[in-house]
Design a protein around this ligand. Structure first.
Ligand code: APR
Length: 248
């Protein structure tokens, strides 16, 4: 990992009052959750998003779609946040404001202790009724075709599918956080899915310094003042150590 970019990232954070962190699947890759678009290992290299993560796919074959989410939920129960998640959680007390906006549905930022988390795409550990407002939180196995105990309608994952609206208020809160931050951290996202991908440009337009943490260049790299070309599990603690060397 290039020491120079780590030092530069620490310098920006050291001077920041407000920080916004935007994370994607690469944030959780080193906890063992496959990303979506990485060559070979990405989830979407095996299935097509439009065939799986859509209301139409659920209407077409709810049991088949639920089986995929049931498997992803079972995988979640086996994994832990890594040092990068823990570092972001610790940074909440190091700056006046740190708002974490994530596209991830794995809940690892919460489990790492982050308090201010905006989940743009929902949570895998939330399952809700397709008809009433019943929902259940947790990763217990709900079986092959779960139905609502209140109204007997089918249950669905509490995630946002392609073509669905984001949770009300989440996007506005994310855009406001991006516009008021002094530093925007863009971690582990390919920057191809809107509206999350627009946050880095919004931050840049409003004068923020943009730091990308990603082993690969992305659609957002052009906005970055600093690109730390490394995995976030190692890069974030390294930036933290460099920041501490600058004094509290
Ligand atoms: N550390 C940091 N970044 C990493 C790491 C790592 N250890 N490993 C991989 N990456 C980067 C990859 O280089 C890639 O740029 O993470 C990014 C993952 O990109 P995607 O798989 O496209 O994931 P993401 O950007 O979160 O996808 C956005 O697409 O399908 C939808 O809803 C889904 O939320 C998801 C959205």
């Amino acid at each position: 990992m290039e020491e120079k970019t780590v030092e530069q990232a620490a310098e920006f954070l050291h001077r920041a009052g407000s920080v916004c962190a935007s994370t994607g699947a690469g944030m959780s890759a080193e906890s063992g959750i496959p990303t979506f678009r990485d060559e070979q290992t990405g989830l979407w290299t095996k299935v097509k998003p439009e065939e799986i993560a859509t209301p139409e796919a659920f209407a077409r074959d709810p049991v088949k779609l639920w089986e995929w989410y049931r498997w992803r939920r079972s995988e979640l129960a086996k994994i832990e946040p890594h040092a990068g998640h823990l570092t972001l959680a610790e940074w909440e007390s190091r700056v006046a404001e740190l708002v974490l906006v994530t596209q991830n549905v794995d809940g690892l930022h919460h489990r790492a202790g982050s308090q201010k988390v905006i989940e743009l795409h929902g949570r895998l550990d939330v399952v809700r009724c397709t008809s009433c407002d019943y929902q259940i939180v947790g990763l217990e196995d709900l079986g092959a075709d779960p139905h609502c105990p209140e109204c007997e309608a089918r249950l669905r994952p509490g995630v946002v599918w392609f073509g669905e609206m984001l949770p009300p208020g989440a996007l506005n809160a994310a855009i406001e956080a991006a516009q008021r931050c002094d530093v925007m951290l863009v971690i582990g996202t390919s920057g191809v899915v809107q509206p999350a991908a627009s946050l880095a440009g919004a931050a840049k337009t409003y004068g923020a310094a943009v730091i990308e943490v990603n082993p690969n260049p992305t659609a957002l790299s052009g906005y970055a003042d600093v690109c730390v070309r490394s995995g976030c599990r190692e890069a974030l603690p390294a930036i933290d150590a460099a920041w501490r060397r600058l004094g509290s």
